[in-house]
Ligand binder design. Structure first.
Ligand code: ATP
Ligand code: LTN
Length: 329
């Protein structure tokens, strides 16, 4: 079977170190092993209200962020979801075989709809059908994501199997790929919930565009546990374990070595060193994002090429899908 890796991020707010460590960092490695497609999922972004001018700017900023994190347009197709209309067409078709009860079980929908109260559009509910379409359209075999997306991936697999049963073998049933550590980075201000772009306070996350001063400030303010010990145990020490995970990903130092290194030293020295390590990781990325943002012509060419490649694959697949379902004449 020909492997193909597909993943995407919503162009909402800023990209944070949870997105980087949980998702994009592993994408950069994947592209050396498999053909890859990395999408900017702007149609998913509009499932909650967006300001149009800001959304358009965020699309370019996310494309710049992909490049700054090492995604290489020579190896990977980088494109905007809304520029390949087949995503929405397939989402509609898959929506007809996705059950309401299945969508009602999605925790992302439950969390986001509780927060929004009455102000919830149908798109937020059917979001997973669009995500399934993104993935299945390209005969994707591997989907590298953070832990919060596993439930959506499971539903994608269910829908692919259901379609194949109903209409004949059409889609490959994809596998998810999550990291052993770092698949769920927790909020700095609240280590009981995941770090999230849509968090109320910017103290929840460190963005890849944060200044060195902001990074230091946010780490200093990060919640810690009460026993003052630096040892990895997410159940009893969720805050420090989360900070250790960040430290590990920024430096490669193991949890065991971190514990030995900071034994008896308290949180002060640990936090200062963690901030330095994060600054060293983020600064080059931040500078590259600015570099790519300052050259919209080159960025446009990369997105054009990505769209054309994606479009060709998507058109071919949709011809088969329409025929299987019996659409048209
Ligand atoms: P929001 O909270 O506004 O929904 P988000 O922070 O979850 O946004 P997404 O665009 O939904 O960001 O996610 C992009 C990728 O980053 C996905 O693969 C997702 O699983 C991953 N991801 C998101 N948050 C985290 C996190 N806290 N830890 C690890 N990975 C994460
Ligand atoms: N739902 C994902 C974003 C997303 C995605 C995808 C990820 C949309 N389509 C396809 C992987 C594959 C999120 O909220 N992070």
């Amino acid at each position: 079977m020909k492997e193909l890796c597909f993943s995407g991020i919503q162009p909402t707010n800023v990209v944070h170190i949870g997105n980087y460590i949980g998702a994009v960092k592993q994408w950069a490695d994947m592209q050396h092993r498999y053909p890859c497609m990395f999408c900017i999922v702007d149609l998913h972004a509009i499932t909650v209200p967006q300001d149009p001018a800001t959304l358009r700017q965020n699309n370019l900023r996310l494309a710049s962020t992909y490049l700054a994190c090492g995604l290489d347009p020579k190896r990977s197709h980088i494109f905007l979801q809304s520029e390949v209309a087949e995503h929405t067409e397939l989402a509609w078709i898959l929506g007809t075989i996705t059950k309401i009860a299945e969508l009602e079980r999605m925790t992302q929908f439950k969390d986001k709809s509780i927060k929004r109260g009455e102000n919830v559009g149908v798109g937020l509910f059917t979001y997973p059908a669009l995500m399934a379409a993104d993935i299945l359209l390209y005969d994707t075999t591997i989907v590298p994501v953070g832990e919060d997306q596993l439930q959506h991936l499971e539903l994608t697999r269910t829908v692919a199997r259901r379609f194949n049963q109903q209409f004949g073998e059409t889609f490959i049933v994809p596998k998810s790929l999550v990291q052993e550590t770092g698949a769920r980075i927790m909020g700095l201000d609240d280590p009981t919930g995941k770090m999230s772009k849509s968090a109320k306070s910017s103290l929840n996350y460190i963005a890849l565009t944060d200044s060195d001063e902001d990074i230091l400030k946010k780490i200093k303010k990060a919640v810690t546990d009460s026993d003052g010990i630096i040892a990895y145990d997410p159940l009893t020490r969720p805050a420090v374990s989360n900070l250790m995970t960040l430290f590990h990903h920024a430096t490669g130092i193991t949890m065991k070595d971190l514990t030995a290194q900071y034994e008896g030293k308290g949180y002060g020295a640990f936090k200062q060193d963690l901030a330095d390590a994060l600054i060293a990781m983020i600064k080059p990325i931040r500078e590259k994002i600015e570099h790519y943002m300052s050259d919209p012509a080159s960025l446009g060419k990369i997105l054009d090429a990505g769209r054309d490649e994606a479009k060709a694959l998507a058109e071919a697949k949709m011809k088969i899908v329409r025929e299987r379902v019996g659409l048209g004449r």
